[in-house]
Design a protein around this ligand. Structure first.
Ligand code: KG4
Ligand code: ZN
Length: 333
């Protein structure tokens, strides 16, 4: 089964063609993030206008890369949420139009569930149940996945998402004005010794639940740098350590409680080197199979959207498909 997918939840315009949910035949991503760097943050109206500008060229390029007639496709998939309304509308309406013109079924996909399926690309044999940590710019969720489409919610952030905390702290430290998670991490890697070890809080670390809280961490960083002058790479290092400590500890707690056959990570923050390395060590110690998508499949793209659609194959009547900007990981599409 060959699926053509579209993802436009934020500032990436992405299309892909994927065979049987695991084999990438074509993938194109265009981003307006450079523009948002200039304004120091995303302006939803600007992101939506860029989606309008990019969608047709990206669809075209993706089809050209695929190199076969759209008649050979078996269906389409599209992200319906969560995300920015104006951005989502562009992808959803384009997908509905293509579904109508090509006369192929359209499968609506939850972006957060999509992130999990970055792990299935390439045909990894993933056993259930799996403890899943989805860490992106807008969400931090721990779920128990018993099978495709069968989730139990374990916990999530009560305020800011992990990626959001990375981005806000990167801005505060003057590292990057927009989506600075990766740059903050690169800055942290230049720190030889963390002389600030444990000077920042590890929020909710010892609470007996699977919830997270990251908004106070940014405030704590602000207080720390206001009081004394430290090298930016040391502050970045302590910040990254604090976030990763909590993400790893809560995931380990879930592994110990549910004894899953696998652990899956997904979302932009799962591209973080320290998180990957430390989760690997913990998974080895606990004897559980860990899967993390390659970095290019952690951040937003349409490949995993097609994969999620394949494994959860539930096409809808196109007249009933509409965006849902506030969709949660447990919400059905
Ligand atoms: O999943 P994603 O591409 O978009 C959303 O669905 O939100 O995640 C983007 C988030 C941003 O907050 C970005 O700063 C963060 O992922 N991110 C990272 C890294 N790469 C991306 N955070 C920490 N370390 C990284 N290497
Ligand atoms: Zn995402």
């Amino acid at each position: 089964m060959i699926i053509f997918s579209i993802e436009t939840s934020c500032d990436e315009t992405a299309c892909a063609v994927v065979k049987n949910g695991i084999e990438e035949l074509s993938s194109c991503v265009s981003s307006s993030s450079e523009l948002h760097k200039k304004t120091g943050g995303i302006v939803p109206e600007v992101a939506a206008r860029k989606q309008v500008e990019y969608i047709i060229p990206v669809v075209k390029e993706c089809l050209e890369k695929y190199g076969r007639d759209p008649k050979t496709l078996n269906g389409l998939a599209v992200t319906i949420g969560p995300g920015l309304a104006g951005s989502l509308i562009v992808g959803v309406e384009a997908a509905k139009t293509l579904s109508f013109v090509w006369d192929k079924p359209l499968i609506p996909v939850n972006h957060l569930v999509g992130h999990i399926y970055g792990n299935f690309i390439g045909g990894n044999s993933i056993q259930f149940p799996a403890v899943v940590l989805v860490v992106s710019g807008g969400h931090t969720d721990l779920v128990l996945m018993r099978g495709h489409g069968d989730f139990e919610f374990l916990g999530g952030t009560v305020d800011d998402a992990a990626g959001e905390a990375f981005d806000k702290t990167a801005r505060l430290l003057g590292i990057s004005k927009y989506l600075g998670g990766k740059k903050l991490s690169e800055t942290a890697s230049r720190c030889k010794k963390n002389i600030l070890l444990k000077r920042l809080p590890r929020p909710m670390l010892n609470q007996d639940n699977f919830d997270f809280s990251f908004s106070g961490l940014k405030t704590a960083v602000k207080r720390l740098v206001e009081k004394e002058k430290y090298l930016v790479n040391v502050v970045a290092c302590e910040f990254e350590n604090a976030v990763v400590d909590v993400l790893v500890a809560k995931t380990v707690k879930a592994i110990k409680k549910f004894s899953p056959k696998s652990v899956l990570l997904g979302g932009g923050v799962s591209a973080n080197t320290q998180l990957r390395t430390r989760m690997n060590l913990e998974a080895k110690k606990l004897g559980v199979a860990l899967h993390i998508p390659p970095p290019n499949l952690c951040t937003d793209n349409a490949v995993y959207i097609a994969s999620a659609a394949f494994f959860n194959n539930n096409p809808s009547d196109i007249s009933k498909i509409s965006i849902n900007p506030s969709l949660g990981i447990m919400d059905s599409t």
